[in-house]
Design a protein around this ligand. Structure first.
Ligand code: GDP
Length: 529
């Protein structure tokens, strides 16, 4: 079992849309032998479509089911360990950022792709916040070096400042854009020369940094510049220490071009070597070690089937400890029920197949024919465990949801409940007027909800505007002040799905005043506290 755990690398590649996540993922799969030609992996990006074109969006959503987890075995050249790589895909569209946040709870590390010309963009900054909260180790890949970009030193400064993490370059570019000649691999002390060609792998040469060979290869001027840069790198950045990476204090940085397959294998080789194998998982009751004999796992994502005649879902379960086995009786802790899973699946680049067993770090797909699982559910061999760490973020957009077909009130209620369990959006019930408010991070989610209610639950809803700035969870050690607050703000108090108190602030000013007037009350912008 220890061997199985040791060789697993479960991670996500994250980026701002268009930085090159899909391209990099595809190149990884090429090295893993999962696909033979470039272009075989579909981007699961949901492109902006007209509201009327719902089937199109559903079709695009469907793609993300099969490419949700990509796994392959990989042995770097000259090594005799076979790694099992599990890449968890995340939706590119920012309206589905919640999905990505949740996926980050199931990974042991992350690779962040940054566009070398654009630097750190909004989505990257947000995702990094989650990594910091969870102390997830990150490696940064600066992509598109074949284009004119920023000065690498400036870029590193920006990464440190914007992502709030120390960085340590492990490779260094020789020029960029049209004059890009390659990178010096600081980690392996090798020179990787660039040949701008999509199909061919780069030429690798072992060159001493002070040798004449370097001048011959890249020209005297660039060789000199490289030596100066590397000296500066060594002066400015502390020597690379794998422990500071694993404890999420320092992020190693690689430069390359995913499209040209340049710097990608170097990244992958270093990644499998230094990235952590499955880490312990925190539960309410205790910390669970991957090496424990008994199986435990939790659901971090649920994906609906796009076929309306087959209203089943797939629940994605991350194995936290022990060995998962097909057909074994397991406890669904929230429901207090014992269940057997007859057809658990694993995911390959373009297909999924039934599996008999899975190890810590693996993701198992469990078919759900309706309402069995909720995001965050724990499965064990009998122990009462509740895994933690699936935060809900304060949504950014709010609308009242109203029933538009009085005959279908029940269906609507059921639909809303299940969609919220799937984590499509968040529901708040205003305690003053009992109206239901749906909170999302993007407009698209409202459209998805309306469409799915109609198609899957035969219910009709209508949206009505509600003017809100933020919803925040409140807590306090001072019971009296909490009661007082709730009384004073009774029109603005709501309950979330778990029955927790939520304050609905209609402006930034109101929120600020509330924070000032009620010193002993904590206002939380994530529900994990
Ligand atoms: P994602 O949204 O992060 O998944 O980005 P994609 O992988 O779909 O890439 C976005 C665009 O950037 C595509 O047109 C890619 O062909 C292009 N691209 C990706 N990597 C590179 C690169 O290294 N150099 C250049 N010039 N373009 C790239």
């Amino acid at each position: 079992m220890n061997q199985e755990i040791e060789r697993r690398r479960t991670f996500a590649i994250i980026s701002h849309p268009d930085a090159g996540k899909t391209t990099l993922t595809e190149k990884f799969l090429l090295f893993g032998g999962q696909i033979q030609v470039a272009g075989a992996v579909k981007s699961n990006k949901i492109k902006k479509t007209a509201t009327s074109d719902w089937m199109e969006i559903e079709k695009q959503r469907g793609i993300s089911v099969s490419t949700s987890v990509m796994e392959f075995d990989y042995t770097p050249d000259g090594k005799n360990i076979e790694y099992k790589v599990n890449i968890l895909d995340t939706p590119g569209h920012q309206d589905f950022a919640e999905d990505t946040f949740r996926t980050l709870t199931a990974v042991d590390s992350v690779i962040i792709v940054v566009d070398g010309a654009k630097g750190v963009e909004t989505q990257t900054r947000k995702l990094m916040t989650v990594c910091r909260m969870r102390k997830t180790p990150v490696i940064i890949f600066v992509n598109k070096m074949d284009r004119e970009g920023r000065d690498p030193f400036d870029l590193l400064d920006e990464l440190e400042k914007e992502l709030e993490i120390k960085v340590r370059p492990l490779s260094w570019p020789i020029n960029q854009g049209a004059k890009f000649k390659g990178v010096y691999n600081i980690y392996e002390q090798k020179l990787d020369l660039f040949t701008p060609d999509k199909q061919r792998v780069t030429e690798k040469v072992e060159v001493e940094i002070d040798s004449e060979e370097l001048d011959k290869r890249v020209g005297e001027q660039d060789a000199e510049k490289l030596r100066e840069d590397l000296e500066l790198v060594d002066g400015v950045y502390p020597e690379f220490d794998v422990e500071t990476y694993r404890s999420a204090e320092v992020a190693p940085v690689f430069f390359g071009s995913a499209l040209n397959n340049f710097g990608v294998q170097e990244l992958l080789n270093c990644f499998v070597e230094i990235a952590p194998s499955p880490r312990p998982t925190k539960a309410e009751e205790r910390e669970v070690q991957p090496e424990e004999q008994k199986f435990t796992g939790f659901i971090f994502k649920i994906t609906a089937n796009i076929d309306p005649n087959h209203r089943s879902c797939i629940a994605f379960c991350k194995v936290c400890s022990g060995k998962f086995q097909r057909n074994q009786p397991y406890l669904h802790v929230r429901q207090g029920k014992t269940m057997r899973f007859t057809s658990p699946t694993q995911f390959m680049a373009q297909r999924k197949s039934t599996i008999d067993e899975a190890w810590p770090g693996d993701i198992v797909g469990l078919p759900d024919t309706g309402g069995i699982f909720k995001i965050g559910d724990t499965i064990t061999e009998g122990e009462q465990l509740h895994f933690r760490g699936l935060p809900s973020f304060s949504p950014e957009l709010f609308k009242y949801i109203e029933n538009d077909d009085p005959m279908k009130a029940k269906q609507l209620q059921k639909g809303i409940d299940q969609l919220m369990d799937e984590g499509v959006a968040q529901l708040f019930v205003n305690q003053f007027n009992n109206r239901k408010i749906i909170g999302t991070v993007g407009q698209l989610q409202f459209e998805v909800i309306q469409y799915r209610l109609e198609n899957e639950y035969n219910a009709k809803c209508r949206w009505e505007p509600v003017h809100l700035y933020k919803a925040c969870w409140i807590s306090s050690d001072d019971e009296k002040e909490l009661e007082n607050f709730k009384k004073r703000k009774y029109q603005y108090m709501a309950k979330d799905k778990e029955g927790r108190d939520v304050f609905l602030a209609d402006s930034g000013y109101v929120l600020q005043m509330a924070q000032q007037d009620f010193e002993h009350i904590q206002f939380h912008f994530t529900s994990e506290f």
